[in-house]
Design a binder for this molecule. Structure first.
Ligand code: NAG
Ligand code: NAG
Ligand code: NAG
Ligand code: NAG
Ligand code: NAG
Ligand code: NAG
Ligand code: NAG
Ligand code: NAG
Ligand code: NAG
Length: 309
């Protein structure tokens, strides 16, 4: 009987992991759990372990390929399936205004290769489990703008946008164009007065904020336009991040759609016209919180770029 149970257990372990789960593999998972402050019930732990090792294997296989321009790496999303990741971190297409529906972007070949990199003018944030990428892309664009234009280091409130931009939907997602309009009309407080809590609250802003912008404009449509805008300072962009779960480093190109499911901050482009984009998934993700995207409209980056002025 004991032997029978042991066989059942071993078979189960082998089925759940697609391969043999050794003690060593198990401890990888335990280490990850500790590092990422996860707490699972025994049943969920088995399930998460299965996903963890399946992702680990997928990453290892990807990184052995020599026909790809980017690496994957293990991160805080290791125990999530692709569906869970999309559900927790990306938003469904929200009500983007009719006059801004995405168009077919022509490919323009550029001469003069230059490069610009503003990544050090804003700090990488972590949105947590709240679809607030649209709010971070706007508050970080204001943070960078103050640094570049006014030589001031500021931390504008992201939570204020999440709670008070009623045209967006708080932690259910939003649109960077609406968040721009809100920041323009009311101004943002500092993150100290209005701290980030990664959930939606009632709007607590009763008067104008402290940090203002003079306006904002749509800078999409072509690579040339976005590059010109980026030569001044960063640009808030709509992006398709469906395949970004395990992006580690290098130039990413593998987006299966151009539909906007996330927002981030374009902070420059390199000497080969790859975009440099700052994300809000913490600095353990990607290249210290950034991703480089292949040129042109990769992941729909040219569809919804808004720049403050
Ligand atoms: C699992 O381990 C057993 C015994 O060590 C070995 O015979 C088998 O080939 C392994 N299976 C896989 C898929 O690695
Ligand atoms: C499991 O761990 C062993 C020993 O560290 C390693 O050789 C093996 O590649 C691991 N398997 C997977 C699929 O990660
Ligand atoms: C940004 O800061 C890092 C660390 O201080 C530094 O290594 C890097 O060269 C800086 N990048 C730019 C473009 O200034
Ligand atoms: C929401 O949209 C309406 C109509 O476009 C606009 O008048 C209003 O200012 C917007 N509110 C915010 C908070 O952006
Ligand atoms: C404000 O943002 C900065 C940069 O991310 C962070 O170091 C600081 O802890 C934040 N302050 C508050 C009160 O959230
Ligand atoms: C600040 O608040 C006043 C009064 O509510 C309002 O009229 C004004 O438009 C607001 N915005 C700025 C940029 O001063
Ligand atoms: C690109 O993404 C798809 C999933 O959408 C995946 O099946 C494929 O292996 C990926 N290709 C590369 C080169 O990463
Ligand atoms: C994204 O848009 C560009 C230009 O409009 C197009 O060439 C590319 O095929 C699109 N990518 C996907 C995955 O639809
Ligand atoms: C871009 O810069 C890298 C080094 O930073 C260099 O290896 C590469 O050749 C450059 N590419 C072009 C097109 O100048």
């Amino acid at each position: 009987m004991k032997q029978y149970l042991a066989i059942v257990l071993v078979t189960l372990l082998m089925t759940v992991g697609y391969y043999n789960v050794s003690e060593d593999n198990k401890s990888d998972f335990e280490v990850w759990i500790t590092q990422n402050n996860k707490f699972y019930t025994e049943t969920e732990k088995m399930y998460r372990m299965e996903i963890y090792y399946s992702n680990k294997r997928m990453i290892q296989e990807h990184n052995l390929r020599d026909d790809v321009t980017y690496k994957m790496s293990e991160n805080q999303f290791m125990a999530l399936t692709h569906e869970e990741f999309v559900d927790l971190y990306l938003q469904k297409n929200v009500n983007i205004p009719m006059d801004k529906i995405e168009v077919n972007i022509p490919e323009v070949q550029l001469e003069g290769l230059t490069a610009v990199d503003w990544r050090n003018y804003s700090t990488v944030k972590n949105q947590g489990i709240c679809h607030s990428g649209y709010a971070f892309s706007v508050s970080n664009s204001i943070e960078a703008w103050y640094g570049i234009m006014k030589y001031q280091k500021i931390y504008p409130s992201t939570q204020q946008i999440v709670d008070c931009d009623f045209n967006s939907s708080g932690c259910y997602g939003g649109y960077n164009g609406y968040a721009m309009e809100y920041a323009f009309r009311v101004g943002l407080s500092s993150n100290q007065t209005y701290p980030y809590v990664d959930r939606e609250q009632n709007c607590k802003q009763t008067r104008n904020g402290t940090y203002f912008i003079s306006g904002y404009s749509f800078v999409g449509g072509s690579q040339q336009q976005l590059q010109q805008s980026l030569s001044k300072y960063p640009v808030s962009v709509g992006i398709n991040a469906d395949n970004w779960q395990f992006y580690g480093s290098g130039v990413f190109y593998n987006c299966s759609s151009n539909a906007t499911t996330h927002y981030a901050l374009a902070v420059g482009f390199d000497n080969e016209s790859n975009w440099i984009v700052q994300n809000s998934w913490g600095s353990d993700w990607g290249e210290k919180g950034h991703i480089r995207l292949y040129q042109q409209n990769t992941c729909g980056i040219l569809n919804y770029p808004w720049q403050i002025y």
